[in-house]
Design a protein around this ligand. Structure first.
Ligand SMILES: Cc1cc2nc3c(=O)[nH]c(=O)nc-3n(C[C@H](O)[C@H](O)[C@H](O)COP(=O)(O)OP(=O)(O)OC[C@H]3O[C@@H](n4cnc5c(N)ncnc54)[C@H](O)[C@@H]3O)c2cc1C
Length: 381
Protein backbone atom coordinates (compact mmCIF):
# COMPACT_ATOMS: atom_id res chain seq x y z
CA UNK A 1 0.00 0.00 0.00
CA UNK A 2 1.54 3.28 -1.12
CA UNK A 3 -0.34 6.50 -0.45
CA UNK A 4 2.11 8.72 -2.31
CA UNK A 5 1.16 10.14 -5.70
CA UNK A 6 3.58 9.31 -8.51
CA UNK A 7 5.77 12.03 -10.07
CA UNK A 8 3.42 11.99 -13.08
CA UNK A 9 0.43 12.54 -10.80
CA UNK A 10 2.17 15.46 -9.06
CA UNK A 11 2.86 16.97 -12.47
CA UNK A 12 -0.74 16.40 -13.58
CA UNK A 13 -2.05 18.14 -10.44
CA UNK A 14 0.31 21.09 -10.94
CA UNK A 15 -0.61 21.43 -14.61
CA UNK A 16 -4.38 21.40 -14.03
CA UNK A 17 -4.02 23.73 -11.03
CA UNK A 18 -2.02 26.27 -13.04
CA UNK A 19 -4.56 26.08 -15.85
CA UNK A 20 -7.49 26.59 -13.48
CA UNK A 21 -5.78 29.51 -11.73
CA UNK A 22 -4.84 31.24 -14.99
CA UNK A 23 -7.81 30.53 -17.24
CA UNK A 24 -10.71 30.10 -14.82
CA UNK A 25 -10.12 31.98 -11.55
CA UNK A 26 -10.37 35.50 -13.08
CA UNK A 27 -13.79 34.74 -14.64
CA UNK A 28 -15.50 32.61 -12.01
CA UNK A 29 -17.87 35.27 -10.67
CA UNK A 30 -18.63 36.70 -14.10
CA UNK A 31 -19.69 33.26 -15.41
CA UNK A 32 -21.69 32.64 -12.23
CA UNK A 33 -23.59 35.93 -12.35
CA UNK A 34 -24.36 35.58 -16.07
CA UNK A 35 -25.20 31.84 -15.77
CA UNK A 36 -22.84 31.49 -18.72
CA UNK A 37 -20.99 28.33 -19.68
CA UNK A 38 -17.78 29.49 -21.38
CA UNK A 39 -17.73 27.52 -24.66
CA UNK A 40 -14.46 29.30 -25.43
CA UNK A 41 -12.85 27.22 -22.69
CA UNK A 42 -13.49 23.94 -24.55
CA UNK A 43 -10.43 23.99 -26.88
CA UNK A 44 -8.20 24.78 -23.89
CA UNK A 45 -9.71 21.99 -21.78
CA UNK A 46 -9.35 19.65 -24.76
CA UNK A 47 -5.70 20.57 -25.35
CA UNK A 48 -4.94 19.47 -21.77
CA UNK A 49 -6.78 16.19 -22.35
CA UNK A 50 -9.50 17.15 -19.87
CA UNK A 51 -12.39 16.32 -22.21
CA UNK A 52 -11.22 12.74 -22.72
CA UNK A 53 -9.38 11.96 -19.52
CA UNK A 54 -9.90 8.20 -19.30
CA UNK A 55 -10.54 7.32 -22.94
CA UNK A 56 -8.21 5.33 -25.16
CA UNK A 57 -5.60 7.15 -27.24
CA UNK A 58 -7.01 5.64 -30.44
CA UNK A 59 -10.05 7.92 -30.01
CA UNK A 60 -7.86 10.89 -29.04
CA UNK A 61 -8.22 10.34 -25.29
CA UNK A 62 -5.56 10.90 -22.63
CA UNK A 63 -5.85 7.27 -21.41
CA UNK A 64 -5.35 8.27 -17.77
CA UNK A 65 -6.47 6.24 -14.76
CA UNK A 66 -9.50 6.78 -12.52
CA UNK A 67 -7.19 8.15 -9.81
CA UNK A 68 -5.76 10.64 -12.34
CA UNK A 69 -9.33 11.56 -13.28
CA UNK A 70 -10.02 12.41 -9.63
CA UNK A 71 -6.96 14.65 -9.51
CA UNK A 72 -8.16 16.58 -12.60
CA UNK A 73 -11.74 17.04 -11.34
CA UNK A 74 -10.47 18.01 -7.87
CA UNK A 75 -8.22 20.73 -9.23
CA UNK A 76 -10.94 22.21 -11.47
CA UNK A 77 -13.44 22.15 -8.57
CA UNK A 78 -10.98 23.85 -6.22
CA UNK A 79 -11.29 26.93 -8.45
CA UNK A 80 -14.70 26.61 -10.17
CA UNK A 81 -17.02 23.78 -9.10
CA UNK A 82 -19.46 24.58 -11.93
CA UNK A 83 -16.86 24.01 -14.65
CA UNK A 84 -15.75 20.85 -12.85
CA UNK A 85 -19.38 19.66 -12.87
CA UNK A 86 -19.62 20.20 -16.63
CA UNK A 87 -16.31 18.42 -17.26
CA UNK A 88 -17.43 15.53 -15.02
CA UNK A 89 -20.80 15.19 -16.80
CA UNK A 90 -19.13 15.33 -20.22
CA UNK A 91 -16.49 12.72 -19.35
CA UNK A 92 -18.10 10.58 -16.70
CA UNK A 93 -21.68 10.33 -17.96
CA UNK A 94 -22.14 10.96 -21.71
CA UNK A 95 -18.74 9.95 -23.11
CA UNK A 96 -18.29 7.11 -20.63
CA UNK A 97 -21.64 5.61 -21.59
CA UNK A 98 -20.61 5.64 -25.28
CA UNK A 99 -17.10 4.33 -24.51
CA UNK A 100 -18.33 1.50 -22.28
CA UNK A 101 -21.47 0.37 -24.03
CA UNK A 102 -21.26 1.74 -27.57
CA UNK A 103 -20.24 -0.38 -30.53
CA UNK A 104 -17.05 0.40 -32.44
CA UNK A 105 -18.90 2.49 -35.06
CA UNK A 106 -20.51 4.63 -32.35
CA UNK A 107 -17.22 5.04 -30.48
CA UNK A 108 -15.45 6.16 -33.66
CA UNK A 109 -18.31 8.45 -34.62
CA UNK A 110 -18.74 10.27 -31.31
CA UNK A 111 -15.74 9.94 -28.98
CA UNK A 112 -13.19 11.90 -31.05
CA UNK A 113 -15.58 14.87 -31.43
CA UNK A 114 -16.41 14.82 -27.72
CA UNK A 115 -12.75 14.51 -26.76
CA UNK A 116 -11.66 17.35 -29.07
CA UNK A 117 -14.35 19.55 -27.51
CA UNK A 118 -16.19 20.07 -30.78
CA UNK A 119 -19.35 19.12 -28.90
CA UNK A 120 -20.29 18.93 -25.24
CA UNK A 121 -21.84 15.71 -23.98
CA UNK A 122 -25.12 15.47 -22.03
CA UNK A 123 -26.77 12.50 -20.32
CA UNK A 124 -30.50 12.31 -19.73
CA UNK A 125 -31.91 10.01 -17.09
CA UNK A 126 -33.94 12.23 -14.73
CA UNK A 127 -37.52 13.30 -15.44
CA UNK A 128 -39.89 15.63 -13.61
CA UNK A 129 -41.59 12.70 -11.86
CA UNK A 130 -38.71 10.23 -11.93
CA UNK A 131 -35.67 11.46 -9.99
CA UNK A 132 -34.41 9.08 -7.31
CA UNK A 133 -36.87 6.54 -8.73
CA UNK A 134 -35.40 6.91 -12.22
CA UNK A 135 -36.80 3.61 -13.45
CA UNK A 136 -40.29 5.17 -13.24
CA UNK A 137 -39.46 7.27 -16.32
CA UNK A 138 -42.26 8.05 -18.81
CA UNK A 139 -40.15 8.86 -21.86
CA UNK A 140 -40.67 6.17 -24.46
CA UNK A 141 -38.90 4.94 -27.56
CA UNK A 142 -41.07 3.03 -30.01
CA UNK A 143 -39.65 1.03 -32.89
CA UNK A 144 -41.05 2.08 -36.29
CA UNK A 145 -39.46 0.23 -39.18
CA UNK A 146 -35.75 1.00 -39.13
CA UNK A 147 -36.19 3.88 -36.69
CA UNK A 148 -36.90 4.64 -33.04
CA UNK A 149 -39.37 7.40 -32.18
CA UNK A 150 -38.77 9.18 -28.88
CA UNK A 151 -41.49 10.96 -26.89
CA UNK A 152 -41.26 12.52 -23.45
CA UNK A 153 -39.02 14.93 -21.58
CA UNK A 154 -35.97 14.89 -19.35
CA UNK A 155 -35.28 17.54 -16.76
CA UNK A 156 -32.29 18.88 -14.84
CA UNK A 157 -30.00 17.81 -17.68
CA UNK A 158 -26.46 19.18 -17.53
CA UNK A 159 -25.81 20.69 -21.01
CA UNK A 160 -29.45 20.02 -21.95
CA UNK A 161 -29.49 23.26 -23.98
CA UNK A 162 -25.87 23.45 -25.15
CA UNK A 163 -24.89 19.79 -25.49
CA UNK A 164 -24.14 18.58 -29.01
CA UNK A 165 -24.69 14.91 -28.18
CA UNK A 166 -27.07 13.51 -25.58
CA UNK A 167 -27.28 9.96 -24.30
CA UNK A 168 -30.91 9.51 -23.31
CA UNK A 169 -32.65 6.70 -21.49
CA UNK A 170 -36.19 5.75 -22.58
CA UNK A 171 -38.64 2.93 -21.97
CA UNK A 172 -38.74 0.52 -24.91
CA UNK A 173 -40.96 -1.97 -23.11
CA UNK A 174 -43.01 -0.55 -20.24
CA UNK A 175 -44.17 -4.01 -19.14
CA UNK A 176 -40.58 -4.95 -18.24
CA UNK A 177 -40.05 -2.07 -15.75
CA UNK A 178 -36.30 -1.29 -15.40
CA UNK A 179 -35.47 -4.21 -17.72
CA UNK A 180 -37.45 -2.45 -20.46
CA UNK A 181 -35.30 0.69 -20.53
CA UNK A 182 -32.80 1.34 -23.35
CA UNK A 183 -30.22 4.04 -24.08
CA UNK A 184 -29.97 6.11 -27.28
CA UNK A 185 -27.58 8.65 -28.72
CA UNK A 186 -29.32 11.76 -30.05
CA UNK A 187 -27.54 14.63 -31.76
CA UNK A 188 -28.43 18.26 -31.17
CA UNK A 189 -30.53 19.53 -34.05
CA UNK A 190 -32.36 16.24 -34.63
CA UNK A 191 -35.95 17.24 -35.57
CA UNK A 192 -38.29 16.63 -32.64
CA UNK A 193 -35.69 17.30 -29.95
CA UNK A 194 -35.73 20.74 -28.32
CA UNK A 195 -34.31 22.32 -25.20
CA UNK A 196 -36.97 23.39 -22.72
CA UNK A 197 -36.67 25.46 -19.57
CA UNK A 198 -33.17 26.48 -18.51
CA UNK A 199 -33.00 26.26 -14.71
CA UNK A 200 -32.14 29.42 -12.74
CA UNK A 201 -30.06 27.81 -10.03
CA UNK A 202 -28.82 28.44 -6.49
CA UNK A 203 -25.30 27.37 -7.41
CA UNK A 204 -23.25 25.72 -10.17
CA UNK A 205 -24.69 28.52 -12.27
CA UNK A 206 -22.05 28.45 -15.02
CA UNK A 207 -23.02 24.85 -15.79
CA UNK A 208 -26.10 24.73 -18.04
CA UNK A 209 -29.00 22.70 -16.57
CA UNK A 210 -32.02 22.44 -18.87
CA UNK A 211 -35.03 20.41 -19.79
CA UNK A 212 -34.86 18.38 -23.00
CA UNK A 213 -38.10 17.62 -24.84
CA UNK A 214 -38.70 14.84 -27.38
CA UNK A 215 -41.76 15.07 -29.61
CA UNK A 216 -41.92 12.37 -32.25
CA UNK A 217 -38.15 12.56 -32.42
CA UNK A 218 -37.14 10.00 -35.04
CA UNK A 219 -33.66 8.50 -34.91
CA UNK A 220 -32.13 5.63 -36.82
CA UNK A 221 -31.89 2.18 -35.24
CA UNK A 222 -28.10 2.64 -35.29
CA UNK A 223 -28.55 5.18 -32.46
CA UNK A 224 -29.50 2.48 -29.94
CA UNK A 225 -26.63 2.47 -27.41
CA UNK A 226 -25.89 -0.91 -25.88
CA UNK A 227 -28.37 -3.74 -25.86
CA UNK A 228 -32.09 -3.11 -25.98
CA UNK A 229 -33.47 -3.42 -22.43
CA UNK A 230 -30.05 -3.00 -20.80
CA UNK A 231 -30.10 0.83 -20.62
CA UNK A 232 -30.99 1.04 -16.94
CA UNK A 233 -28.57 -1.67 -15.83
CA UNK A 234 -25.80 0.05 -17.80
CA UNK A 235 -26.80 3.33 -16.17
CA UNK A 236 -26.13 1.89 -12.73
CA UNK A 237 -22.58 1.02 -13.85
CA UNK A 238 -22.11 4.54 -15.23
CA UNK A 239 -23.25 5.94 -11.89
CA UNK A 240 -20.80 3.72 -9.98
CA UNK A 241 -18.01 5.59 -11.79
CA UNK A 242 -19.77 8.95 -12.00
CA UNK A 243 -20.14 9.05 -8.22
CA UNK A 244 -16.36 8.79 -7.82
CA UNK A 245 -16.18 11.93 -9.97
CA UNK A 246 -18.71 13.75 -7.77
CA UNK A 247 -16.71 12.66 -4.71
CA UNK A 248 -13.56 14.15 -6.29
CA UNK A 249 -15.50 17.32 -7.12
CA UNK A 250 -16.54 17.51 -3.44
CA UNK A 251 -12.95 17.06 -2.26
CA UNK A 252 -11.77 19.82 -4.63
CA UNK A 253 -14.54 22.22 -3.62
CA UNK A 254 -13.83 21.57 0.06
CA UNK A 255 -10.12 22.13 -0.53
CA UNK A 256 -10.82 25.47 -2.24
CA UNK A 257 -13.13 26.58 0.59
CA UNK A 258 -10.63 25.48 3.25
CA UNK A 259 -7.79 27.39 1.58
CA UNK A 260 -9.93 30.52 1.31
CA UNK A 261 -10.86 30.25 5.00
CA UNK A 262 -7.25 29.65 6.07
CA UNK A 263 -6.02 32.61 4.05
CA UNK A 264 -8.69 34.88 5.50
CA UNK A 265 -8.08 33.69 9.08
CA UNK A 266 -4.39 34.56 8.80
CA UNK A 267 -5.18 38.09 7.54
CA UNK A 268 -8.26 39.20 9.45
CA UNK A 269 -7.51 40.92 12.75
CA UNK A 270 -9.91 41.30 15.68
CA UNK A 271 -9.17 41.99 19.36
CA UNK A 272 -5.60 42.92 18.36
CA UNK A 273 -4.68 39.61 16.73
CA UNK A 274 -5.41 37.53 13.65
CA UNK A 275 -8.54 35.42 14.05
CA UNK A 276 -6.35 32.36 13.26
CA UNK A 277 -5.01 32.89 16.81
CA UNK A 278 -8.40 31.98 18.32
CA UNK A 279 -8.79 28.32 19.19
CA UNK A 280 -12.40 28.34 17.92
CA UNK A 281 -11.17 29.23 14.43
CA UNK A 282 -8.18 26.87 14.60
CA UNK A 283 -10.43 23.93 15.40
CA UNK A 284 -12.71 24.67 12.47
CA UNK A 285 -9.68 24.72 10.17
CA UNK A 286 -8.20 21.59 11.73
CA UNK A 287 -11.48 19.70 11.44
CA UNK A 288 -11.87 20.82 7.82
CA UNK A 289 -8.34 19.77 6.85
CA UNK A 290 -8.72 16.41 8.60
CA UNK A 291 -12.12 15.65 7.10
CA UNK A 292 -10.93 16.61 3.62
CA UNK A 293 -8.00 14.17 3.89
CA UNK A 294 -10.42 11.41 4.95
CA UNK A 295 -12.75 12.18 2.04
CA UNK A 296 -9.81 12.24 -0.38
CA UNK A 297 -8.62 8.81 0.78
CA UNK A 298 -12.09 7.27 0.39
CA UNK A 299 -12.34 8.82 -3.08
CA UNK A 300 -8.92 7.60 -4.22
CA UNK A 301 -9.63 4.15 -2.83
CA UNK A 302 -12.80 3.85 -4.90
CA UNK A 303 -10.90 5.12 -7.96
CA UNK A 304 -8.00 2.74 -7.31
CA UNK A 305 -10.40 -0.22 -7.09
CA UNK A 306 -12.05 0.89 -10.32
CA UNK A 307 -8.61 0.95 -11.96
CA UNK A 308 -8.15 -2.65 -10.77
CA UNK A 309 -11.37 -3.60 -12.55
CA UNK A 310 -13.34 -4.17 -9.35
CA UNK A 311 -17.04 -3.40 -8.96
CA UNK A 312 -17.20 -0.31 -6.72
CA UNK A 313 -20.90 0.18 -5.99
CA UNK A 314 -20.38 0.39 -2.21
CA UNK A 315 -17.05 2.23 -2.32
CA UNK A 316 -18.30 4.81 -4.86
CA UNK A 317 -21.40 5.57 -2.80
CA UNK A 318 -19.40 5.76 0.44
CA UNK A 319 -16.92 8.16 -1.17
CA UNK A 320 -19.69 10.30 -2.69
CA UNK A 321 -21.72 10.38 0.54
CA UNK A 322 -18.81 11.20 2.81
CA UNK A 323 -17.05 13.65 0.51
CA UNK A 324 -20.19 15.63 -0.39
CA UNK A 325 -21.34 15.91 3.22
CA UNK A 326 -17.80 16.90 4.25
CA UNK A 327 -17.80 19.59 1.56
CA UNK A 328 -21.13 21.00 2.77
CA UNK A 329 -19.69 21.29 6.27
CA UNK A 330 -16.40 22.82 5.13
CA UNK A 331 -18.17 25.37 2.90
CA UNK A 332 -20.43 26.31 5.83
CA UNK A 333 -17.43 26.81 8.15
CA UNK A 334 -15.68 28.79 5.42
CA UNK A 335 -18.56 31.32 5.43
CA UNK A 336 -18.55 31.36 9.24
CA UNK A 337 -14.81 32.09 9.41
CA UNK A 338 -15.31 35.00 6.99
CA UNK A 339 -18.05 36.47 9.21
CA UNK A 340 -20.04 39.12 7.32
CA UNK A 341 -17.54 39.00 4.47
CA UNK A 342 -18.57 35.39 3.91
CA UNK A 343 -22.03 36.64 3.03
CA UNK A 344 -21.02 38.96 0.21
CA UNK A 345 -19.78 38.30 -3.30
CA UNK A 346 -16.40 40.04 -2.88
CA UNK A 347 -15.04 36.85 -1.31
CA UNK A 348 -15.22 33.29 -2.69
CA UNK A 349 -16.88 31.82 0.44
CA UNK A 350 -20.48 32.54 -0.57
CA UNK A 351 -20.06 30.86 -3.96
CA UNK A 352 -18.61 27.67 -2.50
CA UNK A 353 -21.55 27.70 -0.06
CA UNK A 354 -24.06 27.92 -2.94
CA UNK A 355 -22.30 25.50 -5.28
CA UNK A 356 -21.74 22.80 -2.68
CA UNK A 357 -25.38 21.87 -2.11
CA UNK A 358 -25.68 20.20 -5.50
CA UNK A 359 -23.15 17.60 -4.40
CA UNK A 360 -25.47 15.93 -1.89
CA UNK A 361 -28.21 15.83 -4.57
CA UNK A 362 -26.81 15.14 -8.07
CA UNK A 363 -26.05 11.56 -9.23
CA UNK A 364 -28.11 10.28 -6.30
CA UNK A 365 -28.97 12.16 -3.11
CA UNK A 366 -27.28 11.35 0.21
CA UNK A 367 -30.38 9.38 1.17
CA UNK A 368 -30.07 7.28 -1.99
CA UNK A 369 -26.33 6.72 -1.35
CA UNK A 370 -27.24 5.41 2.13
CA UNK A 371 -29.86 3.16 0.56
CA UNK A 372 -27.28 1.79 -1.93
CA UNK A 373 -24.73 1.22 0.84
CA UNK A 374 -27.34 -0.43 3.08
CA UNK A 375 -28.19 -2.89 0.29
CA UNK A 376 -24.51 -3.69 -0.09
CA UNK A 377 -24.08 -4.19 3.66
CA UNK A 378 -27.34 -5.93 4.46
CA UNK A 379 -28.68 -7.33 1.22
CA UNK A 380 -32.40 -6.68 0.75
CA UNK A 381 -33.00 -7.19 4.48
C1 LIG B 1 -27.65 21.03 -11.17
C2 LIG B 1 -28.19 19.68 -11.47
C3 LIG B 1 -27.63 18.93 -12.49
C4 LIG B 1 -28.15 17.67 -12.82
N1 LIG B 1 -27.65 16.99 -13.90
C5 LIG B 1 -28.28 15.85 -14.30
C6 LIG B 1 -27.90 15.23 -15.53
O1 LIG B 1 -26.99 15.68 -16.22
N2 LIG B 1 -28.59 14.12 -15.92
C7 LIG B 1 -29.62 13.59 -15.19
O2 LIG B 1 -30.18 12.60 -15.61
N3 LIG B 1 -29.98 14.16 -14.01
C8 LIG B 1 -29.36 15.28 -13.56
N4 LIG B 1 -29.76 15.89 -12.39
C9 LIG B 1 -30.85 15.31 -11.62
C10 LIG B 1 -30.43 14.72 -10.29
O3 LIG B 1 -29.71 13.54 -10.47
C11 LIG B 1 -31.71 14.54 -9.45
O4 LIG B 1 -32.14 15.83 -9.07
C12 LIG B 1 -31.51 13.67 -8.23
O5 LIG B 1 -31.27 12.34 -8.60
C13 LIG B 1 -32.70 13.71 -7.26
O6 LIG B 1 -33.90 13.52 -7.93
P1 LIG B 1 -35.11 14.56 -7.63
O7 LIG B 1 -34.56 15.92 -7.80
O8 LIG B 1 -36.28 14.18 -8.47
O9 LIG B 1 -35.48 14.35 -6.11
P2 LIG B 1 -36.50 13.27 -5.49
O10 LIG B 1 -36.17 11.91 -5.98
O11 LIG B 1 -37.90 13.74 -5.67
O12 LIG B 1 -36.12 13.34 -3.95
C14 LIG B 1 -36.66 14.31 -3.05
C15 LIG B 1 -36.19 13.92 -1.65
O13 LIG B 1 -36.73 12.62 -1.28
C16 LIG B 1 -35.65 11.76 -0.91
N5 LIG B 1 -35.96 10.38 -1.32
C17 LIG B 1 -36.41 9.93 -2.52
N6 LIG B 1 -36.52 8.60 -2.52
C18 LIG B 1 -36.14 8.18 -1.29
C19 LIG B 1 -36.02 6.89 -0.66
N7 LIG B 1 -36.30 5.76 -1.32
N8 LIG B 1 -35.55 6.84 0.61
C20 LIG B 1 -35.24 8.00 1.28
N9 LIG B 1 -35.34 9.22 0.74
C21 LIG B 1 -35.77 9.32 -0.53
C22 LIG B 1 -34.45 12.31 -1.66
O14 LIG B 1 -33.24 11.88 -1.05
C23 LIG B 1 -34.68 13.79 -1.53
O15 LIG B 1 -34.24 14.24 -0.28
C24 LIG B 1 -29.22 17.13 -12.05
C25 LIG B 1 -29.74 17.87 -10.98
C26 LIG B 1 -29.26 19.12 -10.70
C27 LIG B 1 -29.90 19.92 -9.58
Amino acid sequence: MDFRPTDEQELLRRTVREFAEAEMRPHVMEWDEAQHFPMELLPKLASLGLLGIQFAEEYGGAALSAVDYCICIEELARVCPAIALSVAAHNGLCSSHIALFGNETQRRQYLPRLIRGEVLGAWGLTEANAGSDAAAMRTTAARQGDCWVLNGSKNFITHGAIGGVIVVMAATDRSQSHRGISAFIVEHGTPGMTAGKKENKLGMRASDTSEVIFQDCRISSAQLLGEEGKGFINTLQILDSGRIGIAALSVGLAQGAYEAARHYALERRQFGQTIAGFQAIQWKLVDAATRIEGARLLTYRAAYLKDQGARTTKESSMAKLHASETAVRVADDCVQIHGGYGFVKDYPAEKYFRDVKLLTIGEGTSEIQRLVIARQLLGRA
